[in-house]
Design a protein around this ligand. Structure first.
Ligand code: NAP
Length: 259
């Protein structure tokens, strides 16, 4: 896809990988609309830049999603790229005696329902644009789910499947459909619950954004970043072994945390 002159919505463009993407796309001369719950971090991301438009929005709330969609369609006719980035990472111990179903449902809403719903609600508009793209940020864990975070895995695998099916159905349109599969990225958000050192290090968010832009500029449909290239290959050659290795590594990091 072309990397400049777009009007891009980045959900969660005020933090972590989203903020790095906001900076990179603004530098490349795009108009960037960002949404998130935290007004202070939205304003920090904007830092007075007229090419960054902010909208406070809790995407888990249906009424706020409705308002966001209407506001964009009414005010930004040139809107042509959506980056579904906002997400949360929660762990769930399936050996517990009870489960916080509200928390699990909330994770499924932000990580699974929201990206699919935003794609569907913007599709008719995006298909009319001369250049348009959907970019869904999932995770390398779609190739080997991490047992400690089962519902994160469920959600990301769901978006992965939706992205593949959308790409196939839309193959004869001008709308391009991309998926980004990041490795562990040091964002203080999704990665904050994990011991980065014990997991062998994490990628820098700005470096991740650069890799994403590079992949988009080459029209790479599944943009596998850093170690995820190897994880993908390993999961194809030896899926059970790869699953075991991913989980052993994560478990070790957790066990040594507890001691
Ligand atoms: N970091 C990693 O290691 C990693 C690895 C693979 C994939 N990913 C994926 O990359 C994406 C970004 O991850 P990250 O690490 O950059 O996360 P992050 O640092 O926690 O940032 C998440 C962003 O999403 C926004 N957000 C969260 N809940 C929201 C809600 N209910 N409504 C609106 N905005 C919401 C947050 O803004 P507010 O707090 O203001 O709402 C924030 O800007 C996620 O989809 C994640 O699954 C991350």
């Amino acid at each position: 896809m072309k990397l400049s002159g777009n009007t891009i919505l980045i959900t969660g463009g005020n933090g972590g990988i989203g903020l790095a993407l906001t900076k990179a796309f603004t530098k490349a001369e795009n108009t960037v609309i960002i949404c998130g719950r935290n007004e202070a971090s939205l304003q920090f991301a904007k830092s007075g830049n007229d090419n960054i438009i902010t909208k406070q929005c809790d995407l888990t709330q249906q009424a706020e999603r409705d308002e966001l969609v209407q506001w964009i369609l009414q005010n930004y006719p040139s809107f042509n790229v959506i980056i579904n980035n906002a997400g949360i990472f929660e762990e769930t111990d399936l050996l517990s005696d009870s489960f916080d179903l509200d928390k699990i449902n909330k994770q499924l809403v932000i990580d699974l329902q929201v990206p699919i719903e935003l794609c569907l609600r913007f599709l008719p508009h995006l298909r009319k644009q001369p250049h348009a793209a959907i970019v869904n940020i999932t995770s390398g864990l779609v190739y080997a789910p991490e047992a400690g975070a089962p519902f994160y895995g469920v959600a990301k695998a769901g978006v992965h499947a939706f992205t593949q099916t959308a790409r196939y159905q839309l193959r004869d349109t001008k709308l391009k459909v991309f998926e980004v599969l990041p490795p562990l990225v040091d964002t203080g958000g999704v990665s904050k619950q994990l011991d980065i050192e014990k997991l062998g290090g994490a990628m820098d968010a700005d470096e991740t954004a650069d890799e994403i832009l590079k992949g988009l500029s080459h029209d790479t449909e599944e943009i596998r970043i850093g170690d995820i290239k190897w994880l993908y290959a390993a999961s194809r050659i030896a899926p059970e072994f790869t699953n075991k290795k991913v989980n052993e590594k994560a478990e070790k990091a957790r066990q040594s945390d507890n001691h």
